[in-house]
Design a protein around this ligand. Structure first.
Ligand SMILES: [Zn+2]
Length: 354
């Protein structure tokens, strides 16, 4: 039997928690099952931050996160970069530190390029997306009507999650944003979110053959923010919602009926996906995003507005959402040196525990 198969069987036998600990030693603490909530447990079960490898240079992120009452640190952006990080002393030390202080570790990944390698395009263009000109293109996503493409994606998903286990059993393997989905004869009748969900459903089935408790995110973002119409999520698929919004005022106050660029899109998605497993992926602490918006070479001071954040938290709580995380890219030693104050981390954690 090839080595890969032996590893796979080991992955299959392990529980959600021990799989994570055994494969990379990143964690051994488990969230409670959704159905076994402790009445004393905080309302928000996930209180997280999403970081890039350069942010991990701030070696005391785990202690700061724990002190702020956070539960989870997730890595970003690509499977290859995080696997590379885990091969370094600094990366291993960081994830060990997360485990020592009792933080969950997840990985929020732009994964399509790893799920269906672009090198397959030359021989099998039919597995890839058809663009508006009727040409197959390797530039992003896939043809979800192609059975072979989905089989390769499912196999790759298991392999990636084996290499990058999540201590919560929740997995985030995103399709490509910025580009659309497939316009071939078989796909064009489906919305982008329907097509994305076909892929997620298939990955979820494959991962739950490994471990029945695993869950897989359907990311509602950009073109997939309009919810799926024809495809339903299979058991284990949860909504991950990333808003498109201004941070000058509360998200709720930007509501507009029928506008999928507002919180209306979240409500529409919650008609399709379960509420209690849904997760919001916010940008409240995302120095990287705010710096790019002003095209600054230096990280800008985070435009942290506590009152806007607290109003947003109430909007999510009132909708029954219990998993909240935010990008915090750019919150690293360079930022600390330039701007000093990091008290927004504590205020973020405290706001989710109120
Ligand atoms: Zn297609």
């Amino acid at each position: 039997m090839p080595n890969g198969m032996q590893t796979r069987r080991g992955f299959a036998k392990a529980s959600v928690c021990t799989a994570a600990a055994a494969v990379s030693g990143v964690g051994s603490v488990c969230l409670q099952a959704e159905s076994q909530a402790d009445p004393k447990e905080p309302f928000f079960r996930t209180r997280g931050v999403v970081l890039r490898p350069e942010d991990i240079l701030m070696a005391d992120w785990p202690e700061r996160a724990r002190k702020a009452g956070l539960t989870t640190i997730a890595s970003h952006p690509f499977p290859g970069t995080v696997i590379g990080l885990l091969r370094t002393e600094r990366g291993r030390h960081f994830f060990n530190k997360c485990r020592q202080v009792g933080l969950q570790v997840e990985h929020e990944l732009h994964a399509m390029g790893s799920l269906l390698p672009r090198t397959l395009f030359e021989k099998n263009p039919e597995m890839f997306r058809m663009d508006e000109n009727g040409n197959r293109t390797r530039a992003g996503n896939c043809c979800p009507s192609n059975a072979r493409a989905l089989a390769i994606i499912a196999e790759s998903a298991v392999r990636i999650c084996e290499a990058l286990p999540s201590t919560t059993g929740r997995y985030f393997l995103w399709g490509d944003d910025m580009v659309g989905w497939c316009l071939c004869r078989n796909c064009r009748g489906f919305l982008p979110a329907d097509q994305a969900l076909m892929v997620v459903n298939r990955m979820c089935r494959a991962l739950r053959e490994v471990e029945p408790k695993f869950q897989v995110a359907h990311l509602a973002y950009q073109k997939t923010r309009r919810p799926p119409k024809q495809i339903k999520p299979v058991e284990g698929v949860f909504l991950e919602f990333a808003p498109n919004r201004s941070y000058h005022r509360s998200y709720e106050s930007q509501w507009k009926a029928g506008d999928f660029d507002t919180i209306h899109a979240l409500d529409a998605n919650l008609e399709v996906f379960p509420r209690d497993t849904a997760q919001v992926l916010e940008y409240w602490l995302d120095v990287g995003r705010f710096s790019n918006l002003v095209r600054s070479k230096q990280p800008v001071k985070l435009p942290w507005k506590r009152d806007v954040f607290l109003a947003d938290v109430e909007a999510y709580r009132s909708r029954g959402i219990r998993h909240v995380t935010t990008f915090a890219t750019g919150v690293n030693p360079g930022y600390r040196k330039l701007h000093g104050d990091l008290s927004f981390i504590d205020e973020y954690g405290a706001g989710l525990l109120r």
